[in-house]
Each structure stands twice: as C-alpha cells, then as structure tokens.
Design a protein around this ligand. Structure first.
Ligand SMILES: CC(=O)N[C@H]1[C@@H](OP(=O)(O)O)O[C@H](CO)[C@@H](O)[C@@H]1O
Ligand SMILES: [Mg+2]
Length: 549
C-alpha cells in the first residue's frame, strides 16, 4: 500500500479548508469549540488517529465527536488510546501542531509526524468513530472518516454512542474480545448481566427502593438508557426525563453539569416527584453522573462525584477486608473535591488519597498506581481501575468466598476504560441496594462544606498559571497573595482559580463553613481575578443572586 500525501493535501484544501485563524488549544479533554470551525480539525484528527494506530502496531484508536457538557452550538473531539485511555500526553502537542498548520503546510506536517515517529505507513490501521446527538455531529463524523480514508486507513463508524461506549469498543477490540464484544449489544449484555447477577433477584432491601428518575440531559445518555430499560426486565425502574427526542437542547437547563454547578434540579423536573426520590443527572456524552434529591421542606441536596467516590471506596474496602486479601487501595481527587469528603476519606475510611490536576487523564493515570484505584472528579466523572494482580487475586479467592465473588461481578459492571455515567449509576444502585440505603442514609455519612463555582471572563485566560495540582496560582503575580488574604478571613475557607480547558473562562472555586461565607468568598476572589487577570464583560453580581453563574 502506498500513501500519496498529495491526496491528504488535496482533500484538506477542497473539502475541509481551515477557516479559523485563531490558535486552537488542546484542552482538558481534546479540542472543543464552535462547531462551524471544527471541520478541518476533525479531518486532521482522522489523519492523526490513523497515524497513531499505525504507530501502535495497528491497534484500534478511537475518535469521539462530542462537546460533552458544553452548550449545543459547540462540538469537540476526544481521542482514545488502545487501552481505552485518553490520548497520550506527548501526542497532544503533535495533535495541536497538526490542527494549527495552514492548509498549505499540512502535507509537510503529516510527513514530519511520520518521520519523527518512524511510522510505517504501509501497515494496516483501524479507527473507531462515534458521536453524540448534536445536529452537527454527523457532518463532523464524515470529516473524521475522510481523514482516515485519505491515509488509506480502516474506519468503523458506530454512529450515536456515549463516550464511554466508544472507549469500551476500543478496548474490547484491542483485547480480542477478552473485555467484551465490541458492539452495542455486547456493551449492554456485559453491564446488564453483571448488574442482574449482583441483584440476585432482590430488588428492594431495607430502605432501598427500586426506582429512580434519570435526567438524560437531552443527550445520547437518554437514548442509551432507553435501550437499557428495554433489556433490563424491570430489575430497575427508571423514568427518563430530558430525553432530547424532538424537544429540548442538549445540556440546556438540565444534565449533570447544570445540576452540579447551579446546585438545583433540572428545570423540567416533574412537579409530582415525591420528597427523597433518588434522581440522577448525566451529562451530554454520558461520562458523568451526579445524584440529587429534594427533602420534605423542598430543599435540594446533591450527591456528587465525591459522594459517589466515597460510597464506592468504602464498599470496596469492606469487600476486600471480608475477602482477607491484601491489595493496595487508593482514591484520587482534584482540587474541586469538597474538603469534607477528603477529611472523611482520610479520617474515617483511612484510605490513601491524592490530588491531581483537573481532567480524567490525570486521575486515571494516578489511579493505575494502585491495585484498586478509585477516581472521581467532583462533577461526577470517574471510575475504578483494577490491576492485573488485583483481578487474579480476586478471581482465585472468589472460588471460596462470597465477598470476592461480589468483587468479581463488580469488576464486570464497572467500565474501567473511563468514567461511564450509566455503569457508575448501576454500581451506585448496586451498593445502595446491598446496604439497604436510601439517599438519607447515604448523605448522612458526612456533611459537605458549602461550595460555589463562578466563571469569570477575562481577555486571555492563559495569563493564569497554576501549580500544586492547580491549588496555587503562580501568575499573574500577586494574585495568589491576595487570594490568601481573602481566604484567611473565612472559617474553613478554601479557594483557587484556574483557566478552564473547555470554555473561554477562568473558573473560581470557593468553599467555607457557611453558605453565606462561601458566596462572599467566591465573589471576592472573582473580583480579584477581574482586577488582576484582565477581566472583561459585565461586573460580577453580588452574592445571593445566581445571575453571575
Ligand atoms: C470544574 C470542572 O468540572 N471542570 C471540568 C471541565 O474542565 P475545565 O478544564 O474545568 O473546563 O470539563 C472537563 C472535561 O469534561 C472535566 O474533566 C473537568 O472536570
Ligand atoms: Mg462528558
């Protein structure tokens, strides 16, 4: 097979010319932006995925077209490496250069990647592509596929799937189906079989009731949950709201990000929902999940990624202890984790905990250092990874001990390749069922510190640089000192700022002993960002109003 790089060049110029003059950055989870500027980015990512597949000896590489929790006009692309991880960090720079060169330089840039990485372009390659349900996703999927074809690679299109499904397909194919069948049906089968075996016919237990309300964020997570329901034979009664079929924009006034950041239920919540009903929200590509409920006074309560992580970690530790096996367990968080959750993990669970920069790629890598690594972002994005040693030990002990048998089934239920909202939800349901817990039992394990996030618009968010897992701001000079002075005024105060990697904003996080203090702290730090980091746009609104969120 010979590759004519002229083909790449001609394709790009004729079909996918580069229309944006601005430099495009590789963000927290790949490239993201307004959909109308992304055609050339997608074509080039198809080219890159093909090169990466050849570089990795023909292993399958995944390309997911989605802008996750972003608003509907945005789109984006996430690349999946052979073991289901996000694209290796060293290739992020290669990807960035490739999307930013002009159409005229493209041929030369592709040749450079081939030469620098010693890629044999005559070998075979395989790229799996999936997309969310944004209306511009099919157009962008075609651009990715054309990029693959331009380099004579093989492309398999999965159509509309969740991000974690695509990760699963990649790993299933690369493990020659040891992980499961690389099909949609294979994915449902694997999860549902494990879930039903774990229920073992006991649908309700203690305070646990067998029904939930599921907010699908008008995204692909809604459609796929409807598929789960069809196949689950009533083992869990799920009512899907924000289905996104015909009405409703993706993530608008609903979904995991809205619920977490606004700290309120989706706007379209049915009025007749009984107090203490378990509700879940997933995000636009269904890799995040948060739980919430409203109490009998109408007050909203959130059970976010930190809660999910602590619930899972505690349960896994119980099972490991009962199984009398010695494994290294650890939990990974980011600076956004609620301080109370970290205290609970360290003081009560006595679990080693570490803090890494935002972005699942960082958490995933850290979690791999443990035999059982639990990682979750506060926003509900996370999973659990098991080392080969853990799997082998558990399988052996499972021959004689029930607790280890349960662990083995949990491994099948968990999508280890990346955070998976549906798999995570089924896992939480399993644990609550086994413990006989309702949401009140769950939330009483510790009290969250009130917390708040603000988005501050600045001229160039890259003027902010951070260190120490983003908890300390080193640029612009003086900002951290002023933040420290403000934080010192508040009991249990903690605050940090960082540039978002998915939106053109600076994020401010604050927590403190009371809600009022938290709102004031966030506001004061927001003002500092505006003052010292080139704030633009309207002035921040004083606390006790959500207008500035
Ligand atoms: C505070 C927050 O929730 N940040 C999110 C958000 O990243 P930012 O870089 O903060 O925009 O999107 C990422 C991708 O989904 C996710 O990994 C991350 O946790
Ligand atoms: Mg997402």
């Amino acid at each position: 097979m010979s590759i004519n790089l002229r083909t790449v060049y001609a394709f790009a110029r004729e079909m996918y010319p580069k229309t944006s003059k601005e430099t495009i950055q590789y963000g927290t989870a790949g490239f993201r932006g307004k959909a109308e500027f992304l055609d050339s980015v997608m074509f080039r990512m198809g080219v890159l995925a093909t090169l990466r597949s050849r570089y990795r000896g023909g292993s399958v590489i995944g390309v997911m077209i989605t802008a996750s929790h972003n608003p509907e006009p945005d789109n984006g692309v996430k690349l999946v490496d052979p073991k289901g991880e996000m694209l290796e960090a060293s290739w992020e720079a290669i990807a960035t250069d490739l999307v930013n060169v002009s159409d005229q330089e493209l041929e030369q840039q592709v040749a450079k990647i081939i030469k620098d990485n010693n890629i044999d372009v005559t070998t075979s390659s395989q790229v799996f592509v999936g997309m969310d349900n944004r209306y511009h996703s099919p157009r962008l999927l075609k651009a990715v596929a054309d990029g693959v074809i331009a380099l004579k690679g093989n492309v398999k299109e999965y159509g509309i799937v969740t991000t974690p499904m695509l990760h699963y397909f990649v790993v299933a194919a690369n493990t020659k189906e040891a992980y499961g069948k690389p099909t949609e049906e294979g994915y449902y089968d694997k999860l549902i079989k494990a879930f039903e075996l774990l229920r073992n016919g006991r649908l309700e237990n203690g305070n646990y009731r067998n029904s939930i309300i599921y907010d699908g964020a008008n995204g692909v997570g809604a459609r796929k949950m409807l598929q789960f329901i069809k196949r689950m034979k009533g083992t869990l009664n799920v009512t899907v709201i924000n289905q996104g079929i015909g009405v409703g924009k993706i993530n608008e006034d609903c979904g995991a990000d809205y619920v977490k950041v606004q700290q309120s239920p989706p706007k379209s919540m049915p009025e007749d929902v009984k107090p203490y009903t378990r509700c879940v929200s997933v995000d636009g590509d269904a890799d995040r999940v948060v739980y919430f409920f409203t109490d009998d006074k109408g007050e909203f309560h959130l059970l976010d990624g930190d809660r999910i992580a602590t619930l899972i970690a505690g349960y896994l530790m119980e099972l490991v202890t009962q199984s009398e096996i010695s494994l290294r367990l650890g939990l990974v968080q980011t600076a956004y984790a609620n301080g109370a959750s970290t205290d609970y993990i360290v003081d009560q669970l006595k679990f080693p905990v570490s803090c890494v920069p935002t972005g699942v790629k960082h958490l995933h890598h850290k979690a791999l250092e443990y035999d059982i690594g639990v990682y979750f972002e506060a926003n509900g994005h996370g999973t659990i990874v098991f080392s080969d040693n853990a799997k082998a030990t558990i399988a052996q002990v499972a021959q004689t001990k029930e607790s280890a048998k349960t662990l083995l089934l949990l491994i099948d239920l968990i999508n280890e390749t990346v955070g998976d909202a549906i798999s995570d939800m089924l896992l939480v349901e399993t644990i609550l069922n086994h413990k006989g817990w309702d949401v009140q039992d769950w939330i009483s394990s510790y009290n969250d510190l009130p917390n708040r996030q603000l988005k501050v618009k600045v001229q160039d968010r890259n003027v902010i640089e951070t260190t120490d897992a983003e908890r300390v701001c080193v640029k612009p000079e003086g900002l951290q000192t002023e933040i420290n002075q403000v934080v010192a005024k508040y009991k249990r105060g903690r605050s940090f700022v960082r540039p978002s990697g998915t939106e053109d904003v600076v994020r401010v996080y604050a927590e403190a002993a009371t809600k009022e203090d938290t709102d004031n702290l966030a506001y004061e730090v927001g003002l500092l960002v505006q003052k010292l980091a080139g704030g633009v746009g309207p002035p921040l609104t004083k606390p006790n109003s959500s207008a500035h969120l």
